[in-house]
Design a protein around this ligand. Sequence first.
Ligand SMILES: C[S@@+](CC[C@H](N)C(=O)[O-])C[C@H]1O[C@@H](n2cnc3c(N)ncnc32)[C@H](O)[C@@H]1O
Length: 364
Amino acid sequence: MGPEGGGKPVLIFPGGMPRSLDYLRKCQREGVATVGASSLNYDVASTQYPSWIQLPYVNHPEFDAALARAIRELGIGGVYSPNPVVWNHLNAVLGILAPGVPLVNDSPIDDALAGFRAARTRARELLDHPLPVDVGQSGRAAVDEIELAAMFRHADAIPGMCDHEKACALHEIARHCVAGDVVEIGSWWGKSAFLLARLARLYGIGKLLCVDPWSNQHLVQEDATGIVDGGSAMVDAGEALAVFEMNLLPYSANHVNYLRMPSIEAAAFYRKSRCVTTPRFGSVDYEGRIALLHIDGNHAHAAVQADVAAWTGLVASGGWMVLDDYTWPFGDGPRRAGDAFLAENGHNVATAFTMGGALFIRLA
Ligand SMILES: C[S@@+](CC[C@H](N)C(=O)[O-])C[C@H]1O[C@@H](n2cnc3c(N)ncnc32)[C@H](O)[C@@H]1O
């Protein structure tokens, strides 16, 4: 069918479920006509629909006949139901009651489970084909499929800028990491921070410290076309910190904290103090030596160079540095800073590779 309902109204039943209302808004945006329906005598959602009917409960003997009549009389072209019981019944009878009038959505159960199944598939693939990271020693045994799938699934729910390939590479280096603090420069909504926090726990690396000023002023990256800076001007850095907290709080107990300040100031703080306290995350004690440093702050060349200069001296031998967006379509700040680091410190580098756009370096 072309447009949903084939140009005819779509019946949404039960019309008051949250996903029904989401679907109603989608139809309204796309100009698809709708009729809402419910088995309740009074459903508060009814006022949101342009047209509304009452149907018997799906297990009532009159249901099938009432549905067939409504479809015929209202010229319904398709039916949407997010309720698994209703959907299953409609899937069994609709072809007989109203030939040519389809269910317009997939099974709600399959829909609800799709993200979990995809996460398991990704976990399985990672376990079956571990990334060939040449670190000259075997790492800790990988955690099992469900642990990995849980990490991928929760990370999926966090918006941000860390793709699956980079997540897999982070997993592999976490297995081959010395003990110490995990430090992230640039956390924003907390997607990579969540992955780092989880990996640090799963592989017993240490605690996570996130550094980010969460200020619009620090979002200016001077990309050549201004497209990145234009987009950044539309977001609210204060709200980003609230979103970060919402994403990390469930995993934070004595394990995650943050410094809301620019990277250079934070490096000076970290050199002086082992304890970080925030109202939301409480107090977390750090070791003061970094096992894994993720640099994903401002991407202007001078800023990345300053991050590298301020923090890399704190990385333990055998520790990792990850420079995000080494391959970046909007500028070459991370690449230039990464190349300069490799040129100056080649003697002290055990392994270096790029994956998911990031440069991964293990110190000797
Ligand atoms: C690309 S975002 C980080 C994305 C995040 N790591 C993720 O995976 O979704 C860049 C972040 O760097 C932060 N930032 C900008 N200047 C910074 C600085 N001087 N020190 C630390 N963070 C900085 C910005 O506030 C922003 O949150």
